[in-house]
Design a binder for this molecule. Structure first.
Ligand code: ZN
Length: 245
């Protein structure tokens, strides 16, 4: 199973909702692209499903991790220029599945923010690389978000409590998947790379021990750019883009 070829991207996007499992997911895979959107005047909001309570690498007391990681994600968003960061309650890092409740909560966020475009993690596993993008929480959020795009957020009879709460149906027109197999829509983020690094450094509980500027991350972004035929030395992020009208 894989994605079809990416569709041409929409040119009239006003709002983008980014839906991811953990603090830092957006920033590793997509923050440069988000920075570019912010710079063109697009209103971007983040919806993070957990506070990353299973993350970290040192002896920080475990009960402090959720609050630390929430504030890190808010600082990372500020570095990119994103002002709205919302967290869902009631979901635990490492225990996500695409439940009806998760679909409902993401649908509520969609109906509230009314995005033209959704950015989320891939629901498709990359079999050649089980770590990172293929974390089960990432796959679960990609699947639940896809179900929220179609049919839940556009069907007035899905999750009737949403309509009762005044949340009218909404059609998301486009989805960008990060971290999936064979991404074929590449974005040159060289100019905004310093902001991506600043965002990643904001996640100090996860990244303080990493060489962000010169290590594997830069190597991967150079390789992504080269694969897309960009000039030498450019840095890129890659996605699969599908129309969902
Ligand atoms: Zn993650």
């Amino acid at each position: 199973m894989t994605f079809p070829a990416s569709a041409p991207t929409l040119s009239d996007v006003q709002r983008v909702l980014a839906v991811f499992a953990h603090p830092d997911d957006i920033d590793f895979g997509s923050a440069g692209t988000v920075a570019g959107w912010v710079d063109t005047g697009i209103d971007v909001a983040y919806l993070i499903v957990t506070r990353g309570d299973a993350g970290g690498f040192d002896d920080t007391p475990r009960d402090q991790i959720p609050a630390i990681r929430e504030s890190e994600q808010r600082a990372a968003a500020a570095a990119i220029g994103v002002k709205q960061v919302d967290f869902l309650d009631g979901y635990q890092d490492g225990r996500l599945t695409p439940t009806f409740e998760l679909r409902r909560d993401i649908s509520a966020a969609i109906r509230r923010f009314r995005p033209d475009r959704i950015l989320t993690s891939s629901p498709l596993r990359r079999w050649e690389r089980l770590s990172g993008p293929s974390h089960p929480d990432h796959l679960a959020v990609g699947e639940a978000t896809t179900c929220a795009i179609y049919p839940d957020s556009r069907n007035p009879f899905a999750h009737p409590e949403l309509l009762e709460a005044g949340l009218e149906p909404w059609v998301v027109r486009e989805v960008w998947y990060s971290g999936g197999p064979n991404p074929d829509h590449t974005v040159d983020v060289t100019e905004v790379f310093p902001r991506k690094i600043a965002a990643l450094r904001a996640h100090a509980s996860q990244t303080a021990h990493l060489d962000l500027d010169g290590g594997w991350l830069r190597d991967r972004m150079v390789a992504t750019a080269e694969l897309a035929g960009l000039p030498a030395g450019r840095l890129a992020e890659a996605f699969t883009v599908l129309r969902t009208e």
